[in-house]
Design a binder for this molecule. Sequence first.
Ligand code: SF4
Length: 552
Amino acid sequence: MTEHTKTDGLPEVEPIPQVLEKARPRNERMAADKIECNACPVLCQIGEGRVGACDRYANSGGTLVRVDPVVMLRRTVEDAGAKLVRFAGRPALPAGLAEAAGADGDASGLDPAGAEAGVADWDGDLLRANEVFVTGIGSSTTYPDYKPAPFIVASQADGVDMVTVVTEGIFSYCSLKVKIDTDRYLGPEQANVRCRGEVVGHVTTAEYGSQMLSLGGVHHLTGGSKKEGRVTVEMMQALGNRQPVELTIDGGAQLLVQAGRPPVVNGVEEQRMRVGCGSATIGIFAKQFYGRVDEVVVVDDHITGVLTEHQAGRCLDMRPSGLRIRGRKSTPGRYFQVANPGTGWGGTDIADPLSIVEGWDPKLAWPGQRVLMVSTTGEHAAWYELDEALAPREAEMPEAVRRIVERIGENCEPSLTSVLFLGGAGGSLRAGVTENPVLLTRSIKQSLVNVTCGGAPAYVWPGGGITVMVDVMRMPENAFGTVPTPAIVAPIEFTMRADDFAALGGHVEEVRTLGQALRSGAWHDEGAPVARRWLAADPANPWPIGHAPMLG
Ligand code: SF4
């Protein structure tokens, strides 16, 4: 006989897991005044008033708090306005941590009136809401990965309901691509790049006028020794936060690099990025040289150009000079491998430009021939005249020629170091947005979701996953942190229409209005930031809301 229960005829009730904001301690013997941080897999046990291993979380009277304020961007920030404001109903930072968080002097972390001032500095006006953007910097994370992102903020852009999902991503799979504008030889392709003796990356392909490095990456973060991982993550954090880092390249140069600053190669600060290769320089300035000089050699580690033999000289119907250059002839007037790469003339290892000259063909050359030798940046230049024996004699450069050399220099852009952060936003990050993470990826690829990092536009690579690349100079300062796993912590925001957010299965129950987010912060209590900081948005960046992603 069948047994009947009270639920007969009713749909089966799915079990609802009990989700604790903080897990039960792993160790029952953990001191009573300690709490376990569950914001990353390290699970630090943090004593009252102390911070965890990454300095990002603290124990404030038994509550886990995010030490740094969450950074909010405004299109304009009035100097007189409150820059740092405590969220209502949040604990104060432990004494001593306030200064680290950026508060001025007050041990409580913030002016107690701050919360009031904070509400007053934004009155909920939707037009002004159009000017506010919550970034992932200081927002806290979604570890252990099923949690909705700490801020899911509803706002409006031009009358359209938008949602921005904001989190701090923990990136193990990430690297920096460093572009160093220089003619100097930095080292062979594939050579190891070291920081404090540890291998932290490698030299990759050279691009025009620049040498590229690939630094960091999962191989160095987790694939080597503990020290290698620690040095790699520290190097990445420093470069991402626009601080200087010393690097050495095996078999190559010593570097001092800093985002947005000229690179320093072997102790010498770079000034100019080449105008082009030797061949291009010949072509660009050929008409200006015409009539003022009989032959020009542009010395370059890539292609050394010889004017009268080059197509540019032939088009100008210049008389062949008879000059013979060492190196492998590529095409008329264009020579490869005239010297070894180095830090001398035109990125070669030569100090005397005549060392690449084999001589002059006596059948073609003539006494008194005027020859200019110059590098691709115009930093090196010499003027010669052939004597009766067709030997070059250095002489004073005519003023008109000097002006062209100066123009070569003037056309060189200033040398810079550019640091681009490249990270793969894995499934756990996407789970902060939706229970069905692949839908976020698809929505991004359909241009429905804009991806930004600290409000800066992130380029989304083609292919699978969400692999993003962002220029650290477009992000607010100190946007990067670390955890000792080791991994980089970086801000990431996904902005979309509210109905697209619902359609991709977004965590709609965690959506807060911008006003709520400004007043009381994140939706959760454990590990939430206690204050917000206003920064002015970089006017060079497109406003993240209501903007399509930069897709590859
Ligand atoms: S390293 Fe930082 S985020 Fe990770 S558990 Fe410790 S305090 Fe928390």
